[in-house]
Write a protein that binds this ligand. Structure first.
Ligand SMILES: [Zn+2]
Length: 91
């Protein structure tokens, strides 16, 4: 697994390489976004691994839920890492 923490600190890494959220074609009317993910991460059978797959529509108000979900998981991973460091220090 990649170093999540150091990647967040780094400003110039391409965070849109595997997953991206782009405005819907009619975003100026609907306000929606589309979530895309590389085929290799999708649960769609025979999806081309290197192509972006249209996963779902995200209304703008749902972006907040999405980021809260992500930050919760990152916090958990962070805590897990801290705990592992403590355990390794005191076997
Ligand atoms: Zn739209």
């Amino acid at each position: 697994m990649k170093e999540i923490e150091s990647e967040i600190i780094e400003d110039d890494w391409d965070y849109r390489e595997e997953v991206r959220i782009d405005p819907c074609e009619c975003n100026h009317e609907c306000g929606n976004y589309i979530l895309y993910i590389k085929g290799e991460h999708s649960h769609i059978k025979n999806a081309p691994p290197d192509e972006f797959i249209d996963v779902c529509t995200i209304p703008n108000w749902l972006l907040i839920d999405l980021i809260r979900n992500c930050s919760e998981k990152l916090d958990l991973e962070d805590e897990k890492e801290k705990l592992e460091k403590i355990i390794k220090k005191h076997p």
